[in-house]
Design a protein around this ligand. Structure first.
Ligand code: IPM
Ligand code: MG
Length: 363
């Protein structure tokens, strides 16, 4: 098995550099503990890419990303760049990376750590034992569909346009990822659409049915997105794998994250191309940036997903999950998951504590 990996670190903006900084400690523990050689290359992206080069996805950053074995990204965006042209906004870097690297499949696991059951805004019995996977389509749909833009009409008023478009092939490949994922889990796929109103998602439903024929051991259910949003807070444990469009997946994964206590807990993997990308699902949280308040756990857990999916090593992922579980069991909490009787710690102390636990587990 290969021992030598190049990892592109793209910290980005806001709390991005802080959480990636903690994830780097985890990478270093794995490197020495497992006898690996990790080459870490840091490059600017998002607002920081724009500041450095005038473009949120600098050419050199894209090159570094493409030549790496895996990419770890922090977060992009912030109020500083909200007024600039759409094509130069920090978010474009993320969308650019996803489409350039052909990362059409986004896995967002919402799994609750037992120590955090009481951190959820929902009742214990609703969330205890929760373990679901959102499979979000990531390079198509309304995020990328054309025509798009804002145009001025003859009467001088403006019109904004975005287009929801999916080809059969795009639907088929993402639904297949969901079925393959379900095979390794509880063998149930719930396809989320709005087939009662949107033709494109009517096609989605049809293709999901076709794909299901190849997976006789997996159950397929369909649900409208509005009902899904409701069921996620009513009885989320009914779900195993949810598969859905780019925008529905964006929204539902934020919602699913809160079931686990905080959006600061959810890692993600974006797969499909030669090099995969891993990132926390949360944003750049400019309001708490630079204050040692951010929760680094989602980014740390993303490192686990990297080892599992890009390096085909399942163990480090389990070690990291266990290290996080024991730090939480010790009562350590960042502010977003703080509850009575627990000890509030900063970003750095949380990262150091997980790194220490991980060291013990590897030995
Ligand atoms: C996410 C984010 C991004 C998205 C933004 C920052 C472009 O919300 O990864 O969920 O909408 O995909
Ligand atoms: Mg989002």
């Amino acid at each position: 098995m290969k021992n030598d990996y190049r990892i592109a670190l793209l910290p980005g903006d806001g709390i991005g550099p802080e959480v990636v900084g903690e994830a780097k400690k985890i990478l270093q523990v794995l490197e020495s503990g497992m006898g690996l050689k990790l080459t870490l290359e840091t490059a600017p992206v998002g607002g920081s890419g724009y500041e450095a080069t005038g473009h949120p996805l600098p050419e050199d950053t894209l090159k570094t990303a493409m030549n790496a074995d895996a990419i770890l990204l922090g977060a992009v965006g912030g109020p500083k760049w909200e007024k600039i042209d759409f094509s130069l906004r920090p978010e474009r870097a993320l969308l650019g990376l996803r489409s350039e690297l052909k990362l059409f499949a986004n896995l967002r696991p919402a799994k609750i750590f037992s120590a955090l059951v009481d951190a959820s805004t929902l009742k214990r019995e609703v969330v205890e034992g929760l373990d679901l996977m959102v499979v979000r389509e990531l390079t198509g749909g309304i995020y990328f569909g054309k025509p798009r833009g804002i145009e001025t009409l003859p009467d001088g008023t403006r019109r904004g346009v975005n287009t929801l478009v999916y080809t059969e092939a795009e639907i088929e490949r993402i639904v297949k990822v969901a079925f393959e994922t379900a095979l390794k889990r509880n063998k149930k796929v719930t396809s989320v659409d709005k087939a009662n109103v949107l033709e494109a998602t009517g096609l989605w439903r049809e293709i999901a049915e076709q794909v299901a024929k190849g997976y006789p051991d997996v159950t397929l259910e369909h649900i409208y997105v509005d009902n899904c949003a409701m069921q996620l807070v009513r009885a989320p444990k009914q779900f195993d794998v949810l598969v859905t469009t780019n925008m529905f997946g964006d929204i539902l994964s934020d919602q699913a994250s809160m079931l686990t206590g905080s959006i600061g807990m959810l890692p993600s993997a974006s797969l499909g191309g030669k090099t995969a990308m891993y990132e926390p699902i949360h944003g750049s949280a400019p309001d708490i940036a630079g204050k040692d308040l951010a929760n680094p756990l989602a980014t740390i857990l993303s490192v686990g997903m990297m080892f599992k999916h890009s390096f085909d090593r399942e163990e480090p992922n389990l070690w990291i999950e266990n290290a996080v579980e024991s730090v939480l069991a010790q009562g350590l909490r960042t502010r977003d998951i703080m509850s009575k009787g627990m000890k509030e710690v900063g970003t750095v102390e949380m990262g150091d504590s997980v790194a220490r636990e991980l060291e013990k587990l590897i030995q």
